[in-house]
Design a protein around this ligand. Structure first.
Ligand code: ADP
Ligand code: MG
Length: 397
């Protein structure tokens, strides 16, 4: 099964000159005081938009923003995104108050070659998340050709990612979607050894990915609050750290995998502990967590050990911070991992909003092989799961 891409669309008879091309992008950016406060996702969507404009297409962009739950809520309007996109593109970006209906169709019909129009939030309609066929047909009526470039939403079977494909004359993958799949597939078929560095707040959030990666990785290094549930599973003291008592058994099961396979699991050997998980609280570096103290970061020896493993790896996949990195005093372990991946000679792939924020805060983004724009989607993909948005585009080769 193959997914056609933009190259193919632009090459095929007649190209897209004069055609209305519906681009499902992921423009779900944070909005503060009526303006986009982080335009990473917008920038990531530009290559597809630029190529289509250059080819003379009339670009109709659609996205969701936040969780308005099927209701028209002004705080989730994409209007600020249209403004920022226009600045980034250096060209006007029109805006339609609704993503379907006569107004949207009229706005799309009045575009000239190379024009760009952004439709209002898809999730103002309950039919979007319900993958309602009538809503999908209404979306498809706005344009001639469909391009899915919304990697961050590819793990959802929604009307704009799945339903619309059956209604569109032609459906292909955009450049961002294609590049995400190409880079993340390296984790599925890695240059060995494969090291997976997993952190974050909860074992329960990451259990599925943990187990799937445990089956494929040569080494698993665990940090973040997740590590304390693993330490508890080994009978080690965890003080007042965040432990998920109902996940200790799961952690034990993952640890047991090291007996039946070549998998190595690295757990923190030292810890930064604090009297309270708050900025300014007194801290210590310890090997055993004392009663009443909270684990807030991996310790320096652990960071050095994990960094060493990253240097030795053919491929490193990282998701989830090593500590409460939002607080500077607890961010050293996470920052050490960002530096380690940036220096690693092998392939480095980072998925997850918070982990990427940590990399970007240090300005190391350019030194990482791939930063995925899709948190949930990238985690599902590296587990080897089928992404419905991608499957919908597949056709017999
Ligand atoms: P990502 O967005 O990269 O997928 P997650 O959302 O899973 O990462 O986890 C990030 C969160 O984990 C951060 O808010 C961070 O503060 C939290 N976290 C990491 N270590 C700890 C810890 N020791 N105690 C409590 N929270 C932690
Ligand atoms: Mg997160």
């Amino acid at each position: 099964m193959a997914v056609q891409d933009l190259d193919r669309l632009l090459r095929d008879a007649g190209g897209v000159q004069g055609q209305r091309v519906f681009v499902r992008a992921d423009l779900n950016a944070p909005i503060r005081d009526g303006a986009v406060s982080d335009d990473t996702r917008l920038r990531a969507s530009l290559p597809t938009v630029r190529r289509l404009r250059d080819a003379g297409a009339r670009v109709v962009l659609a996205s969701h923003l936040g969780r308005p739950k099927g209701q028209r809520k002004p705080e989730f309007s994409l209007r600020p995104v249209a403004e920022r996109l226009a600045e980034l593109l250096g060209a006007p970006v029109g805006f339609a108050d609704d993503c379907v209906g006569a107004g949207a169709e009229r706005a799309a019909a009045s575009l000239s070659d190379g024009d760009v129009l952004l439709l209002e939030n898809l999730r103002f309609h309950p039919g979007e998340e319900a993958n309602d066929p009538d809503f999908a047909r209404a979306l498809a009526r706005v344009a001639d050709v469909y391009v899915n470039d919304a990697f961050g939403t590819a793990h959802r079977a929604h009307a704009s990612t799945v339903g619309i494909v059956a209604c569109a004359r032609r459906a292909v993958a955009g450049d961002l979607l294609r590049s995400e799949l190409a880079h993340l597939s390296v984790v599925l078929d890695p240059k060995r050894p494969l090291l997976c560095l997993l952190g974050g707040a909860k074992v329960s959030d990451k259990l599925a990915v943990l187990e799937a990666l445990a089956a494929r990785a040569d080494a698993l290094a665990i940090g973040g609050a997740m590590a304390y549930t693993f330490l508890r599973a080994q009978g080690e003291p965890t003080g007042a750290s965040r432990v998920e008592a109902d996940r200790v058994e799961d952690a034990r099961r993952v640890l047991a995998l090291t007996q039946s396979s070549k998998l190595r699991i690295l757990l923190p050997k030292d810890h930064v502990v604090a009297e309270r998980a708050e900025a300014g609280a007194p801290t210590r570096v310890v090997e055993r967590i004392p009663d009443g103290w909270v684990g807030v970061d991996i310790g320096p020896e652990t960071a050095a050990a994990y960094a060493h493993a990253a240097r030795e790896a053919g491929t490193v996949f990282w998701n989830g911070p090593m500590g409460i990195f939002e607080i500077e005093a607890f961010a050293h372990g996470t920052e050490a991992m960002a530096r380690a991946l940036a220096d690693a000679p092998g392939v480095s792939v980072v998925g997850g909003g918070d982990s990427i924020a940590a990399v970007n805060r240090l300005g190391l983004g350019d030194h990482i092989t791939h930063l995925s724009t899709g948190g949930g989607a990238s985690l599902e993909y590296v587990q080897g799961r089928v992404l419905p948005g991608v499957a919908a585009l597949e056709q017999p080769a």
